[in-house]
Design a protein around this ligand. Sequence first.
Ligand code: P6P
Length: 335
Amino acid sequence: MSSPVSLTQYLILKQREKGLIPGELRLLIEVVTRACKRISIAVSKGALGGVLGDNGTENIQGESQRKLDVIANETLLEANEWGGHLAAMASEEMDHSYTIPNRYPKGEFLLLFDPLDGSSNIDANISVGTIFSVLHLPEGATEPREEDFLQAGVHQLAAGYAIYGPSSQLVLTVGDGVACFTLDREAGSWTLTEDQLRIPETTREYAINASNQRHWEPPVHRYIGELLAGADGPRGANFNMRWVASMVADVHRIMTRGGIFMYPRDARTPDRLGKLRLLYEANPMAFIVEQAGGAATNGHQRIMEIEPQALHERVAVFLGSKEEVERVTSYHRDA
Ligand code: P6P
Protein backbone atom coordinates (compact mmCIF):
# COMPACT_ATOMS: atom_id res chain seq x y z
CA MET A 1 0.00 0.00 0.00
CA SER A 2 1.47 3.37 -0.99
CA SER A 3 2.29 5.62 1.96
CA PRO A 4 -0.26 8.37 2.67
CA VAL A 5 0.38 11.76 1.02
CA SER A 6 0.80 14.61 3.51
CA LEU A 7 -0.24 18.22 2.92
CA THR A 8 3.43 19.18 2.63
CA GLN A 9 4.03 16.56 -0.09
CA TYR A 10 0.90 17.75 -1.92
CA LEU A 11 2.09 21.36 -1.81
CA ILE A 12 5.66 20.50 -2.82
CA LEU A 13 4.25 18.68 -5.85
CA LYS A 14 2.30 21.83 -6.82
CA GLN A 15 5.43 23.90 -6.28
CA ARG A 16 8.11 21.66 -7.78
CA GLU A 17 6.48 19.70 -10.58
CA LYS A 18 3.85 22.17 -11.70
CA GLY A 19 5.47 25.45 -10.75
CA LEU A 20 2.02 26.48 -9.60
CA ILE A 21 2.92 28.02 -6.28
CA PRO A 22 6.03 29.78 -4.98
CA GLY A 23 7.78 28.34 -1.94
CA GLU A 24 6.68 31.28 0.20
CA LEU A 25 3.00 30.50 -0.54
CA ARG A 26 3.58 26.84 0.37
CA LEU A 27 5.10 27.94 3.68
CA LEU A 28 2.15 30.28 4.34
CA ILE A 29 -0.41 27.52 3.72
CA GLU A 30 1.53 25.18 6.01
CA VAL A 31 1.52 27.77 8.81
CA VAL A 32 -2.21 28.49 8.42
CA THR A 33 -3.13 24.80 8.37
CA ARG A 34 -0.90 24.14 11.39
CA ALA A 35 -2.91 26.83 13.22
CA CYS A 36 -6.11 25.05 12.12
CA LYS A 37 -4.80 21.89 13.81
CA ARG A 38 -4.45 23.85 17.05
CA ILE A 39 -7.96 25.28 16.67
CA SER A 40 -9.27 21.74 16.06
CA ILE A 41 -7.70 20.66 19.37
CA ALA A 42 -9.21 23.62 21.25
CA VAL A 43 -12.67 23.02 19.71
CA SER A 44 -12.57 19.28 20.48
CA LYS A 45 -12.00 19.91 24.21
CA GLY A 46 -15.49 21.45 24.48
CA ALA A 47 -16.67 22.01 28.03
CA LEU A 48 -13.59 20.24 29.39
CA GLY A 49 -11.39 22.97 27.95
CA GLY A 50 -13.35 25.84 29.47
CA VAL A 51 -13.66 27.29 25.96
CA LEU A 52 -17.44 27.30 25.46
CA GLY A 53 -19.83 30.19 25.94
CA ASP A 54 -19.67 33.92 25.32
CA ASN A 55 -16.55 36.03 25.57
CA GLY A 56 -18.60 39.02 26.74
CA THR A 57 -17.45 41.12 23.75
CA GLU A 58 -18.82 42.07 20.29
CA ASN A 59 -17.10 42.12 16.89
CA ILE A 60 -17.47 44.81 14.21
CA GLN A 61 -20.44 42.88 12.85
CA GLY A 62 -22.21 43.62 16.12
CA GLU A 63 -22.24 39.89 16.87
CA SER A 64 -21.42 38.61 20.35
CA GLN A 65 -18.08 36.82 20.31
CA ARG A 66 -17.75 33.28 21.65
CA LYS A 67 -14.64 32.46 23.65
CA LEU A 68 -13.57 30.17 20.79
CA ASP A 69 -13.96 33.01 18.24
CA VAL A 70 -11.29 34.93 20.14
CA ILE A 71 -9.09 31.87 20.73
CA ALA A 72 -9.22 30.92 17.04
CA ASN A 73 -8.48 34.50 15.96
CA GLU A 74 -5.50 34.78 18.32
CA THR A 75 -4.20 31.38 17.22
CA LEU A 76 -4.13 32.49 13.58
CA LEU A 77 -2.55 35.87 14.40
CA GLU A 78 0.18 34.38 16.60
CA ALA A 79 0.99 31.60 14.13
CA ASN A 80 1.29 33.94 11.14
CA GLU A 81 2.75 37.23 12.35
CA TRP A 82 6.43 36.23 12.72
CA GLY A 83 7.12 33.95 9.72
CA GLY A 84 7.99 36.68 7.20
CA HIS A 85 5.57 35.56 4.47
CA LEU A 86 2.74 38.02 5.23
CA ALA A 87 2.39 41.78 4.92
CA ALA A 88 -0.91 41.93 6.79
CA MET A 89 -3.99 39.97 7.91
CA ALA A 90 -7.73 40.69 8.07
CA SER A 91 -10.31 38.83 10.14
CA GLU A 92 -14.05 38.80 10.70
CA GLU A 93 -13.19 39.29 14.38
CA MET A 94 -11.11 42.46 13.92
CA ASP A 95 -12.45 45.91 12.98
CA HIS A 96 -9.41 46.75 10.87
CA SER A 97 -6.61 44.90 9.10
CA TYR A 98 -3.57 43.85 11.14
CA THR A 99 -0.19 44.93 9.73
CA ILE A 100 2.76 42.69 10.60
CA PRO A 101 4.69 44.46 13.39
CA ASN A 102 7.98 46.05 12.38
CA ARG A 103 9.89 43.67 14.69
CA TYR A 104 9.14 40.92 12.15
CA PRO A 105 9.99 40.77 8.42
CA LYS A 106 7.09 41.45 6.05
CA GLY A 107 6.26 39.23 3.09
CA GLU A 108 4.32 39.55 -0.15
CA PHE A 109 0.99 37.97 0.84
CA LEU A 110 -2.23 39.09 2.51
CA LEU A 111 -4.21 36.59 4.60
CA LEU A 112 -7.94 36.93 5.29
CA PHE A 113 -9.96 34.63 7.50
CA ASP A 114 -13.12 33.89 9.39
CA PRO A 115 -11.40 32.17 12.31
CA LEU A 116 -14.41 30.21 13.55
CA ASP A 117 -17.38 30.27 11.20
CA GLY A 118 -20.67 29.04 12.63
CA SER A 119 -19.47 29.58 16.19
CA SER A 120 -23.04 30.22 17.41
CA ASN A 121 -23.39 26.43 17.05
CA ILE A 122 -20.36 25.52 19.13
CA ASP A 123 -22.21 25.07 22.45
CA ALA A 124 -24.52 22.58 20.67
CA ASN A 125 -21.52 20.56 19.44
CA ILE A 126 -22.39 21.20 15.79
CA SER A 127 -19.59 21.31 13.19
CA VAL A 128 -17.83 24.67 12.83
CA GLY A 129 -14.82 25.73 10.80
CA THR A 130 -12.12 28.16 9.73
CA ILE A 131 -12.26 29.81 6.30
CA PHE A 132 -9.19 31.50 4.76
CA SER A 133 -8.16 33.30 1.59
CA VAL A 134 -4.74 34.43 0.29
CA LEU A 135 -4.13 37.50 -1.87
CA HIS A 136 -0.92 39.06 -3.13
CA LEU A 137 0.13 42.48 -1.82
CA PRO A 138 -0.45 44.85 -4.78
CA GLU A 139 2.68 45.47 -6.86
CA GLY A 140 4.71 48.39 -5.60
CA ALA A 141 2.95 48.50 -2.23
CA THR A 142 5.51 48.84 0.55
CA GLU A 143 3.42 49.52 3.67
CA PRO A 144 0.18 47.44 3.48
CA ARG A 145 -3.02 49.47 3.69
CA GLU A 146 -6.58 48.28 4.31
CA GLU A 147 -7.53 49.06 0.72
CA ASP A 148 -4.91 46.54 -0.47
CA PHE A 149 -7.34 43.82 0.68
CA LEU A 150 -10.11 45.13 -1.59
CA GLN A 151 -9.33 42.81 -4.51
CA ALA A 152 -11.87 40.79 -6.52
CA GLY A 153 -11.96 37.06 -5.70
CA VAL A 154 -10.43 36.16 -9.07
CA HIS A 155 -7.13 37.44 -7.67
CA GLN A 156 -7.02 34.84 -4.86
CA LEU A 157 -3.86 32.69 -4.91
CA ALA A 158 -5.23 30.07 -2.51
CA ALA A 159 -8.36 29.43 -0.46
CA GLY A 160 -9.42 26.80 2.00
CA TYR A 161 -11.51 25.82 4.95
CA ALA A 162 -11.05 23.48 7.88
CA ILE A 163 -14.19 21.79 9.21
CA TYR A 164 -14.10 20.65 12.83
CA GLY A 165 -16.65 17.83 12.80
CA PRO A 166 -16.63 14.10 13.64
CA SER A 167 -13.27 14.23 11.89
CA SER A 168 -11.36 17.42 11.15
CA GLN A 169 -10.90 17.97 7.42
CA LEU A 170 -9.12 20.58 5.35
CA VAL A 171 -10.36 21.48 1.85
CA LEU A 172 -7.86 23.49 -0.20
CA THR A 173 -7.34 24.96 -3.65
CA VAL A 174 -4.30 26.72 -5.10
CA GLY A 175 -6.02 27.03 -8.47
CA ASP A 176 -5.34 23.49 -9.68
CA GLY A 177 -8.47 21.68 -8.51
CA VAL A 178 -9.59 20.97 -4.94
CA ALA A 179 -8.05 18.53 -2.47
CA CYS A 180 -9.40 17.24 0.85
CA PHE A 181 -7.18 16.25 3.78
CA THR A 182 -8.19 14.51 6.99
CA LEU A 183 -6.42 15.27 10.28
CA ASP A 184 -4.47 12.25 11.48
CA ARG A 185 -4.50 13.11 15.18
CA GLU A 186 -1.91 10.44 16.06
CA ALA A 187 0.63 11.64 13.50
CA GLY A 188 -0.56 15.25 13.88
CA SER A 189 -0.69 15.75 10.11
CA TRP A 190 -3.22 16.64 7.41
CA THR A 191 -3.33 13.54 5.19
CA LEU A 192 -4.67 13.61 1.62
CA THR A 193 -7.92 11.64 1.49
CA GLU A 194 -9.45 12.94 -1.76
CA ASP A 195 -8.03 14.88 -4.73
CA GLN A 196 -9.73 16.71 -7.62
CA LEU A 197 -13.11 16.93 -5.84
CA ARG A 198 -16.00 17.50 -8.27
CA ILE A 199 -19.45 18.91 -7.42
CA PRO A 200 -22.21 17.13 -9.42
CA GLU A 201 -23.76 19.62 -11.87
CA THR A 202 -27.30 18.55 -10.91
CA THR A 203 -28.77 18.03 -7.46
CA ARG A 204 -32.01 17.37 -5.60
CA GLU A 205 -30.86 19.02 -2.36
CA TYR A 206 -30.93 22.68 -1.34
CA ALA A 207 -29.87 24.68 1.71
CA ILE A 208 -31.52 27.91 2.85
CA ASN A 209 -32.82 29.35 6.12
CA ALA A 210 -36.53 28.99 5.25
CA SER A 211 -37.60 31.07 8.27
CA ASN A 212 -36.62 34.16 6.25
CA GLN A 213 -39.07 33.35 3.42
CA ARG A 214 -41.25 36.44 3.89
CA HIS A 215 -38.16 38.64 3.46
CA TRP A 216 -36.92 37.15 0.17
CA GLU A 217 -36.91 38.85 -3.22
CA PRO A 218 -39.29 37.51 -5.96
CA PRO A 219 -36.69 35.41 -7.87
CA VAL A 220 -35.91 33.47 -4.67
CA HIS A 221 -39.63 33.00 -3.93
CA ARG A 222 -40.06 31.64 -7.48
CA TYR A 223 -37.06 29.30 -7.27
CA ILE A 224 -37.87 27.86 -3.82
CA GLY A 225 -41.58 27.63 -4.68
CA GLU A 226 -40.71 25.38 -7.63
CA LEU A 227 -38.55 23.14 -5.43
CA LEU A 228 -41.35 22.85 -2.85
CA ALA A 229 -43.89 22.00 -5.60
CA GLY A 230 -41.93 18.78 -6.12
CA ALA A 231 -42.71 16.15 -8.74
CA ASP A 232 -46.14 17.69 -9.56
CA GLY A 233 -44.57 21.12 -10.06
CA PRO A 234 -42.57 22.72 -12.88
CA ARG A 235 -39.36 20.93 -11.88
CA GLY A 236 -41.03 17.49 -12.08
CA ALA A 237 -38.92 16.22 -9.19
CA ASN A 238 -38.93 16.14 -5.39
CA PHE A 239 -36.21 18.02 -3.51
CA ASN A 240 -34.68 17.65 -0.04
CA MET A 241 -33.60 20.48 2.28
CA ARG A 242 -30.73 20.76 4.75
CA TRP A 243 -29.68 23.83 6.85
CA VAL A 244 -26.92 23.51 9.44
CA ALA A 245 -26.51 27.28 9.89
CA SER A 246 -22.76 26.74 9.74
CA MET A 247 -21.58 27.73 6.26
CA VAL A 248 -18.53 25.48 6.41
CA ALA A 249 -20.72 22.44 7.21
CA ASP A 250 -23.31 23.25 4.53
CA VAL A 251 -20.63 23.91 1.89
CA HIS A 252 -18.70 20.76 2.85
CA ARG A 253 -21.84 18.67 2.34
CA ILE A 254 -22.16 20.21 -1.12
CA MET A 255 -18.47 19.48 -1.84
CA THR A 256 -19.10 15.83 -0.95
CA ARG A 257 -22.47 15.17 -2.68
CA GLY A 258 -23.68 18.30 -4.49
CA GLY A 259 -26.46 20.72 -3.63
CA ILE A 260 -27.11 24.44 -3.68
CA PHE A 261 -26.42 26.77 -0.72
CA MET A 262 -28.30 30.07 -0.59
CA TYR A 263 -28.15 33.08 1.70
CA PRO A 264 -30.08 35.74 -0.28
CA ARG A 265 -30.31 39.39 0.62
CA ASP A 266 -33.58 40.12 2.35
CA ALA A 267 -35.90 42.97 3.22
CA ARG A 268 -34.93 43.01 6.92
CA THR A 269 -31.76 44.93 6.14
CA PRO A 270 -32.34 46.70 2.78
CA ASP A 271 -29.03 48.53 3.10
CA ARG A 272 -27.18 45.22 3.24
CA LEU A 273 -26.49 43.13 0.11
CA GLY A 274 -26.68 39.93 2.16
CA LYS A 275 -25.55 38.40 5.46
CA LEU A 276 -22.33 36.64 4.53
CA ARG A 277 -19.07 38.51 4.14
CA LEU A 278 -17.53 38.81 0.69
CA LEU A 279 -13.79 38.83 1.38
CA TYR A 280 -13.34 36.02 3.91
CA GLU A 281 -16.45 33.85 3.50
CA ALA A 282 -18.00 34.14 0.01
CA ASN A 283 -14.81 34.64 -2.05
CA PRO A 284 -12.81 31.68 -0.64
CA MET A 285 -15.87 29.40 -0.83
CA ALA A 286 -16.57 30.59 -4.40
CA PHE A 287 -12.96 29.83 -5.44
CA ILE A 288 -13.19 26.32 -3.98
CA VAL A 289 -16.62 25.63 -5.49
CA GLU A 290 -15.66 26.88 -8.97
CA GLN A 291 -12.43 24.84 -8.88
CA ALA A 292 -14.62 21.77 -8.23
CA GLY A 293 -16.85 22.45 -11.26
CA GLY A 294 -19.57 24.32 -9.36
CA ALA A 295 -20.76 27.92 -9.63
CA ALA A 296 -21.08 30.85 -7.20
CA THR A 297 -23.04 34.07 -7.83
CA ASN A 298 -24.73 36.84 -5.87
CA GLY A 299 -27.83 36.26 -8.02
CA HIS A 300 -26.55 38.58 -10.73
CA GLN A 301 -22.82 37.98 -11.31
CA ARG A 302 -19.93 35.69 -10.33
CA ILE A 303 -19.06 36.37 -6.71
CA MET A 304 -15.38 36.32 -7.65
CA GLU A 305 -15.84 39.21 -10.08
CA ILE A 306 -17.34 41.60 -7.50
CA GLU A 307 -15.04 44.55 -6.85
CA PRO A 308 -15.02 44.96 -3.04
CA GLN A 309 -15.68 48.42 -1.58
CA ALA A 310 -15.14 47.63 2.11
CA LEU A 311 -13.28 45.07 4.23
CA HIS A 312 -16.40 43.65 5.91
CA GLU A 313 -18.70 44.04 2.91
CA ARG A 314 -21.60 41.59 2.77
CA VAL A 315 -22.97 39.75 -0.26
CA ALA A 316 -25.83 37.48 -1.28
CA VAL A 317 -24.63 33.94 -1.92
CA PHE A 318 -25.91 31.22 -4.29
CA LEU A 319 -23.30 28.48 -4.71
CA GLY A 320 -22.95 24.78 -5.49
CA SER A 321 -24.21 22.53 -8.30
CA LYS A 322 -23.81 24.49 -11.51
CA GLU A 323 -27.25 23.85 -13.06
CA GLU A 324 -29.14 25.04 -9.97
CA VAL A 325 -26.99 28.13 -9.44
CA GLU A 326 -27.41 29.07 -13.10
CA ARG A 327 -31.17 28.56 -12.85
CA VAL A 328 -31.71 30.74 -9.75
CA THR A 329 -29.35 33.36 -11.23
CA SER A 330 -31.38 33.40 -14.48
CA TYR A 331 -34.54 34.03 -12.41
CA HIS A 332 -32.85 37.13 -10.94
CA ARG A 333 -31.91 38.32 -14.43
CA ASP A 334 -35.47 37.64 -15.69
CA ALA A 335 -36.77 39.79 -12.85
P1 P6P B 1 -28.69 32.09 10.12
C1 P6P B 1 -22.88 31.65 10.84
O1 P6P B 1 -23.22 32.68 11.76
C2 P6P B 1 -23.08 32.22 9.45
O2 P6P B 1 -22.25 33.32 9.26
C3 P6P B 1 -22.81 31.13 8.42
O3 P6P B 1 -21.85 30.23 8.84
C4 P6P B 1 -24.18 30.47 8.26
O4 P6P B 1 -24.38 29.92 6.97
C5 P6P B 1 -25.16 31.63 8.51
O5 P6P B 1 -24.45 32.61 9.28
C6 P6P B 1 -26.38 31.17 9.28
O6 P6P B 1 -27.25 32.28 9.38
O7 P6P B 1 -29.39 33.41 9.84
O8 P6P B 1 -29.37 30.91 9.48
O9 P6P B 1 -28.37 31.86 11.56
